[in-house]
Design a binder for this molecule. Structure first.
Ligand code: CA
Length: 523
């Protein structure tokens, strides 16, 4: 007997929408009757849009209740609304935006949730206990990597409470226009990464010696909070191993210096213990990558629900990815807690518009071939699905790229949408837990912050069962609600933050490079 085909399933996001997406695995063939009686005129792939009414040429195509484009030719009801049939609207101007009009009605508090974390001298809390070795320049990367291998083999077994040793490798430090105004971005990013809560306030630097980014410029006096009991002298002494130091004779003497200094920090890190802290100590960065049309239907709304839970619990949540919120700027400025926050949002959008313009592109350069294959026709549609990760709380704060978080609640941390650059900048902002949604699938991970990956579709979750930490595809299948998956994610976060559960990326030790955002010239 032939298998009974699964019932046709389409998802419409808003009552005003004149398109819906096909939810069935493998899409639906032409001739399929949809539940409302509409018959498909074309084969429509999974995640792609079907016209629910006749769309005459020039008509607005509505998804999420907003115009994601206009029909470039007549599109009959039941037809596949292919990306080539959609014209993209221009970006919303940055004048006359609704500024902080939504009011700041706080969400009801959520109390009683805790996790086990590492309390730091500056009051922040780590979710992992890692020795990070900062580098002032790429030149030292090979030597540091060699030393880290030896530290892992020879020292780490003696310090069982330390999770890992990580070299903070990057491409910056020399051969750059270090006094260019935008050079402030990569420099402060590196500085703030060194101070991430997962490193316990222990900072050591490997420097070459002749590089433009001298250690004192990277970490000026007073930039490192000092643990109690370590004396005032320690406050001024930045721990630097300089490879060009005359004391070094031969490669092994450099490696030995790094090992000797690492042992000092490992001893202190090893003495630390997890303690019960309120969920308000979570600093969560959310982003998406390898998105599809389900991102904005399943995973991102679930993350948005969880974002609200975190804000209600007093935690800090960052959302980012400027090109993926640019088309929703009016929603964001309206949600700003104060006119100053709204102004800061406009400032970051305007800066990024200019940055893209200098490169001869605009926000539409964001979408990838995979996004389009997954049903996302253009950046407007992608943005509407991306922005829902931010939930519904007032936006309390805006960070420019590379800045460090200054308060709790919901923050817009301006970053490129590039997964690695966004993750790097959120790490610099002080993130201690990362949530990443994906529809097409990516094995993304970070070496220094646990990354919880959420699949938008059950098919992906099934095939990538040992890479995806949570499946939000159950929402599209009607097996779970957005709230159910949001709560699941919230509880999973507390487990991962406490170290009781490791993410798949941690178990396989998969991680991407730190990639600095450097809009300044290189020389
Ligand atoms: Ca991204």
């Amino acid at each position: 007997m032939p298998d009974t085909p699964a019932p046709a399933l389409t998802i419409r996001m808003h009552a005003d929408d004149n398109v819906a997406i096909v939810a069935n695995d493998g899409g639906l063939p032409a001739g399929t009757a949809l539940p409302g009686g509409l018959v498909l005129r074309d084969k429509v792939p999974q995640g792609h849009k079907v016209a629910l009414t006749d769309l005459p040429r020039g008509a607005a195509v509505l998804r999420y209740g907003v115009a994601i484009g206009h029909a470039l030719e007549d599109i009959p009801a039941g037809a596949w609304v292919h990306e080539r049939l959609l014209g993209m609207p221009p970006a919303r101007g940055l004048d006359d935006l609704p500024m902080a009009t939504r009011g700041t009605m706080a969400l009801p508090p959520l109390e009683g949730y805790t996790f086990e974390g590492y309390r730091n001298p500056d009051g922040s809390v780590g979710t992992r206990n890692i020795l990070a070795i900062t580098q002032s320049v790429q030149c030292v990367a090979g030597v540091t990597a060699f030393a880290v291998q030896r530290i892992k083999a020879e020292l780490l077994p003696k310090y069982p409470n330390v999770d890992d040793v990580v070299a903070l490798e990057h491409g910056y430090g020399c051969g750059v226009a270090i006094d260019a105004p935008d050079a402030a971005i990569p420099i402060r990013t590196l500085r703030h990464i060194s101070l991430n809560p997962n490193f316990g306030g222990e900072v050591m630097v490997v420097s070459l010696g002749c590089e433009k980014l001298q250690p004192e410029r990277l970490l000026p006096p007073g930039s490192i909070p000092i643990a109690s009991g370590r004396g005032a002298a320690a406050a001024d002494a930045l721990d630097v191993v300089c490879l060009q130091d005359e004391a070094h004779v031969g490669f092994m003497s450099m490696v030995d210096s790094i090992l000797r200094q690492a042992a000092v920090h490992l001893r202190r890190l090893d003495a630390r213990r997890r303690e019960t802290v309120p969920a308000s100590e979570l600093v969560v960065g959310v982003q998406c990558g390898g998105s599809d049309a389900f991102s904005g239907v399943t995973a991102n709304p679930a993350v948005g629900f969880c974002t609200d839970l975190l804000v209600r619990a007093g935690a800090s949540v960052m959302f980012s990815e400027t090109t993926e919120v640019r088309d929703g700027i009016a929603q964001l400025t309206a949600r700003a807690a104060t006119p100053e926050v709204a102004e800061a949002l406009v400032r970051e959008m305007a800066w990024y518009d200019g940055y893209l313009r200098r490169g001869g592109v605009d926000r539409s350069a964001n979408t990838t071939p995979g996004n389009k294959k997954g049903g996302l026709s253009n950046i407007v549609e992608k943005a509407m699905g991306s922005i829902v990760k931010s939930g519904s709380a007032p936006i309390a704060q805006v960070l420019a790229p590379g800045e460090k978080l200054r308060g709790r609640g919901l923050t817009y941390a301006a970053t490129p949408a590039s997964d690695f650059i966004c993750g790097t900048l959120q790490t610099a902002a002080g993130m201690n837990l990362h949530v990443f949604t994906t529809g097409r699938g990516t094995p993304y991970g970070l070496a220094v912050v646990p990354v919880i990956k959420v699949a938008t579709r059950s098919d992906l979750a099934r095939r990538w069962h040992d890479l995806m930490d949570l499946n939000a595809g159950t929402i599209a299948e009607g097996r779970a609600s957005i709230e159910d998956v949001g709560w699941q994610l919230f509880h999973l976060m507390l487990e991962v933050a406490s170290g009781r559960q490791r993410t798949w990326a941690e178990r396989w030790k998969l991680h991407n490079q730190l990639v600095l955002f450097n809009p300044a010239p290189v020389t």
